[in-house]
Unconditional design. Structure first.
Ligand code: NDP
Length: 452
């Protein structure tokens, strides 16, 4: 047996790295994990977790006004940014501690600092060197802001959570998950939000009906949504930022958030010292076992450029540990991976979009429903829920489900199980609904919208 310091050295203590480290240690491997920033990575510190807490904070503003027609009367409550921000910080510190303890409990050595690969079996952290039978790159992604005059005046999702001052006027650039989620958060908290997207319709990659519905619903909430426009330059004025836009107009803002995608976090990792291959998108190339072109080095999660979702990184981390240290067969199945966008209301989605389903199956049946959520019949809030089922005509299998409405993320998790189990439209139709819920609409859509 080779005489290494560790069986596994993990670089990056985010979702995928921590899961791989803990599970490998559980199989008896000697494991170290290096982290230079914060335990739990993007998801815990500047992603999913604080984002969801801020979504909760933001939704209260609508609930206060919804309550009036239900008989509740009170003065308009005031929002205190510092309270939210500091309570969020406390919760994240608590989670950081849990991650540390989980690793210690698993008997993995936690090393503070950035790992740099020196050769196929050696990692340096600062002045220290460690040898390992296997090295796992799990360094995740990093926000990418395109260069332009004034780009240094912008914020990324790394900074937006901890602003000293609450931005009364916020411009958000981008039309993906992060941009729409933060537009909803700050709009609900009381900022005047302008969202700029360079194309004709945001949320590229989502079902076309969802994209159109989302544009209508988000605009109704008060976000100033502008398409086919981008930022040319930003300059600092007296106590404000001035944005020159490609349509010739200008806007003033207190802060500008760029949510224009993320890049693999590979800087300073020492990949030039080994045979690890990086593709044209700047992500690490791996095979089905997450092995790079250097046989002792593996990579998983966002750094490999697959589905940038925490549960996917967790599944990859488990699969890696099981195969490499548990001698168990375990392949991640990427079919029907559900996801949610925590805009307001939420988007939940699983399976094929209409366009993809048409290309893949040829003949499809579509079922659509748009309705006012029951809660808003009395609250008076102007909001519509949208649901869509896509069925492969030949097999009757439901191959795509999309929703925008309250709790769409929660609802879609159960639907994803049904789709993975191969549920047909007949199974949906014979399932008894839960009344009164919005979700029951998924089992009562009888008339096809179209079929071809
Ligand atoms: P996305 O890739 O989802 O979106 C990036 C957006 O920025 C797109 O609308 C893109 O436009 C636009 N863009 C890219 N370059 C430029 C540019 N130079 N100028 C103007 N606009 C530009 O990235 P996000 O940063 O929103 O999120 C990264 C990933 O993190 C997501 O893909 C997702 O996988 C994950 N995530 C998941 C969440 C969840 O599960 N709820 C929440 C947050 C993030 P175009 O469409 O034209 O390319």
């Amino acid at each position: 047996m080779d005489n290494y310091d560790y069986d596994l050295f993990v670089i990056g203590a985010g979702s995928g790295g921590v899961r791989a480290a803990r599970m490998a240690a559980g199989f008896g491997a000697k494991v170290a994990i290096a982290e230079d920033r914060y335990m739990g990575g993007t998801c815990v510190n500047v992603g999913c977790v604080p984002k969801k807490l801020y979504v909760y904070a933001s939704e209260f503003s609508k609930s206060f006004s919804d309550a009036r027609n239900y008989g509740w009367d009170s003065e308009k409550p005031a929002f205190h940014w510092a309270t939210l921000r500091d309570n969020k910080k406390k919760e994240i510190s608590r989670l950081n501690g849990i991650y540390n303890r989980l690793l210690e409990g698993a008997k993995a050595d936690v090393i503070d600092g950035r790992g740099r690969i020196l050769d196929a079996h050696t990692v340096a952290v600062g002045e220290r060197r460690f040898s390992a039978g296997k090295i796992l790159i799990a360094t995740g992604g990093w926000p990418h802001i395109p260069p332009f005059p004034g780009s240094e005046l912008t914020l990324s999702s790394n900074e937006i959570f901890d602003l000293e001052q609450f931005p009364q006027r916020l411009v958000i650039v981008g039309g993906g998950y992060i941009a729409v989620e933060f537009a909803g958060i700050f709009n609900g908290l009381g900022s005047r939000v302008t969202q700029l997207y360079r194309g004709p319709l945001f949320l590229r990659g989502f079902d076309a009906d969802i994209r159109a519905h989302a544009a209508r619903e988000i605009a109704k909430t008060g976000v100033d949504l502008r398409f086919e426009v981008n930022v040319e330059a930003i300059t600092r004025g007296a106590g404000r930022l001035e944005l020159q836009l490609t349509d010739g107009t200008t806007i003033e803002a207190d802060a500008v958030l760029y949510a224009t995608g993320r890049k693999a976090n590979l800087e300073g990792l020492g990949l030039e010292n080994v045979n690890v291959e990086v593709n044209e998108f700047g992500t690490v190339v791996v095979d089905a076992e997450y092995r790079t072109a250097e046989p002792s080095i593996f990579a998983l999660g966002d750094v490999t450029g697959g589905m940038e979702l925490t549960p996917v990184a967790l599944a990859e981390g488990m699969s890696f540990a099981r195969r490499q240290f548990g001698e168990l067969e375990n392949v991640v199945d990427y079919d029907f991976v559900p996801s949610a966008v925590f805009c307001q209301p939420n988007i939940g989605t699983v399976g094929f979009t209409e366009e993809q389903a048409r290309a893949r199956f040829g003949h499809i049946r579509l079922f659509k429903s748009t309705f006012k959520p029951m809660k808003h019949t009395i609250s008076g809030r102007d909001e519509q829920t949208f649901m869509k089922l896509i069925v492969d005509k030949a097999s009757d299998r439901v191959v795509g489900v999309h929703m925008m409405g309250p709790d769409a993320g929660e609802i879609m998790q159960g639907i994803a199980i049904a789709l993975r189990a191969g549920a047909t439209k007949a199974v949906f139709d014979t399932t008894i609904g839960i009344h009164p819920t919005a979700a029951e609409e998924f089992v009562t859509m009888r008339e096809a919208w179209t079929e071809d």
